[in-house]
Design a binder for this molecule. Structure first.
Ligand code: GLN
Length: 558
């Protein structure tokens, strides 16, 4: 196994994840099989209990792992299926070491950060790197490891030390270190400043790691003189200094790296026989350029709770992007804080309330994404009602599906206090209930998580046609509540059809309103499996319906 380690310096939020995944793309385009590991030096065992407000979305894997959103970038860029073990956290490492200590596996020894924690990190990396992730047998050729945080953080020290030891044990021809850093431009002089990078490289070297390549983030392309200075002070050959300057969209990054021969430098460091031809990035280039040229857009109303930070719904945004690009459109996502739609909202001013409704009315379609807790639920119900009554295309994901059931029960079945027991334990009509297998005392990893099978009840539903599958589909889940089976007959008799169910037939997975242009709710999260060039079927359906193309698309043979 050969390793490419990507570290970050100076500041966080440099786009290290995108740089690391793009490196993976370029290596893959050279014909190599690539896997990846993301290291998060926080103490949480996984991202499952972390707030999307603070940390961005929780990404869910096939195996039910609740992980950092960077793993989503890797899955989308490299088109792989990762496992929960591909996300290493301090919490996981310490937990494994402490479990071993309790079992008495250390035979009376004092258990210490070095060597016990560092050994656990190395073993974990070596074990995970060989797990096949691309659907083929055998392990990958290269494992890209991204170390979260910035070099010098106290919490990443054990990882740096473990990686230093790893670089030594696997040998220099199997280890390539790429340090991502920032080149700011200061003041009126407009000079590109190299000092912060010099300092962070010095820090790295003091810890025993020497970068083979630098990936410099900057607003404008780097000047030759800046590169020379970096080379001289950072001990990196000028040819190995890559510039990742700002680009119109992230799909340009792999090409940007290839054009600077990043692959040659990495292959050389890793002692791979150099490939004769240039890596094939045609599809990426085409996609990036096509996107830049798109002029028409489609307005999508996103009615959610976490609207301050766009990373909170990263995969939903990516899935919308993939679907829009497939329709030659740019997504224009209009954020609506759900609580602003409520009439008696304590938080919204009259202006905010009016503006929220104006945005909703101007949108071509409505999306209510997943979420937890009762904040904004009233507004989401109003949005679902508006979409249903006005025949506006609607996609409800997880919470968004539960919202549409509550709305339908209230408006059509006249069950005015119908609700989910997540929001009202006393409701006389609990149309959404806590799942029997859930836990009320432990929050981490206790939901219905990961890939589960949904069986279509009829091939004649929109979802089955969009998926182009008549029997079943596998999608990822993350929920504690579900539609109450006791209400299904009543809801169906009134016109809301549950066209997708689990193997028992009792758990509702997909709902549709057959008399509506596009009204779909799903208990799962289709956004996690959307890929550039292979958009998620239900997102594609939403955009096609929003632009009046759905019927034509469905009647075409595929
Ligand atoms: N809060 C709801 C549940 O737990 C929805 C979860 C979600 O949208 N991911 O079932």
């Amino acid at each position: 196994m050969k390793y490419v380690l990507v570290t970050g310096g100076v500041v966080s939020g440099l786009g290290k994840g995108v740089t690391a995944s793009s490196i993976g793309v370029v290596l893959k385009a050279c014909g190599l099989r690539v896997t990846s590991i993301k290291i998060d030096p926080y103490l949480n065992t996984d991202a499952g209990t972390m707030s999307p407000f603070e940390h961005g979305e929780v990404f869910v894997l096939d195996d039910g792992g609740e992980v950092d959103l960077d793993l989503g970038n890797y899955e989308r860029f490299l088109d792989v299926t990762l496992t929960r073990e591909n996300n290493i956290t301090t919490g996981k490492i310490y937990q494994s070491v402490i479990d071993k200590e309790r079992r008495g596996d250390y035979l009376g020894k004092t258990v210490q950060v070095v060597p016990h924690i560092t050994d656990a990190i190395k073993n974990w990396i070596e074990f995970v790197a060989v797990i096949p992730v691309d659907g083929k047998d055998g392990s990958a050729d290269v494992c890209v490891i991204e170390l979260g945080g910035t070099v010098g953080d106290i919490e990443s020290m054990p990882f740096i030390e473990a990686l230093r030891q790893l670089s030594f044990s696997v040998g220099r021809e199997n280890f390539c270190l790429i340090h991502v850093s920032l080149i700011p431009v200061l003041g009126v002089v407009g000079e590109q400043k190299t000092k912060p990078t010099q300092h962070s490289v010095r820090e790295l070297r003091a810890l025993g790691l020497t970068p083979h390549l630098l990936a410099c983030r900057s607003a404008q392309p780097l000047l030759e003189s800046t590169k020379e200075k970096l080379s001289q002070f950072c001990h990196v050959p000028a040819g190995n200094i890559l510039n990742v300057h700002d680009v119109p969209n992230i799909w340009h990054v792999p090409l940007l790296l290839k054009n600077q021969n990043a692959h040659m430098a990495i292959l050389k460091q890793l002692n791979f026989p150099s490939i004769g031809t240039a890596p094939d990035l045609l599809e990426w280039t085409k996609r990036a350029e096509t996107f830049d040229k798109l002029t028409n857009s489609v307005k999508i109303a996103m009615v959610g709770k976490y609207i301050g930070l766009s990373d909170s719904y990263l995969s939903v945004l990516k899935a919308l992007l993939h679907a829009c690009v497939a329709c030659s459109l740019k997504p224009s996502v209009e954020w609506i804080a759900a609580s602003d739609l409520e009439d008696e909202s304590a938080k919204a001013t009259p202006e905010a309330h009016a503006a929220a409704w104006e945005t909703l009315r101007n949108a071509a379609c409505v999306l209510v994404p997943g979420g937890f807790g009762d904040r904004g639920v009233g507004g989401m119900i109003l949005a679902a009602k508006y979409a249903r009554e006005n025949r506006v295309p609607y996609l409800g994901i997880c919470l968004g599906m539960q919202i549409s059931v509550i709305e339908f029960a209230r408006s059509i079945l006249s069950l005015e206090r119908a609700n989910s027991t997540e929001f009202d334990l006393e409701t006389p009509d609990p149309v959404v209930i806590f799942m029997p297998e859930g836990s009320r005392t432990h929050m981490g990893s206790t939901m219905r998580l990961g890939s589960r099978r949904t069986f279509f009840q009829t091939p004649d539903c929109v979802a089955s046609k969009l998926y182009q599958k008549s029997a079943y589909v596998d999608e990822r889940h993350r929920h504690r509540y579900e539609v109450n089976p006791m209400f299904i007959d009543k809801l169906e008799d009134a016109g809301l059809k549950f066209v997708g169910r689990d193997e028992s037939g009792k758990r509702m997975e997909v709902l549709e309103l057959p008399c509506h242009p596009y009204y779909v709710g799903v208990q799962f999260h289709p956004e996690f499996k959307s890929r550039p060039g292979r958009p998620s079927a239900l997102f594609l359906g939403l955009i096609l319906a929003a632009t009046g193309q759905l019927q034509a698309y469905l009647s075409k043979p595929h």
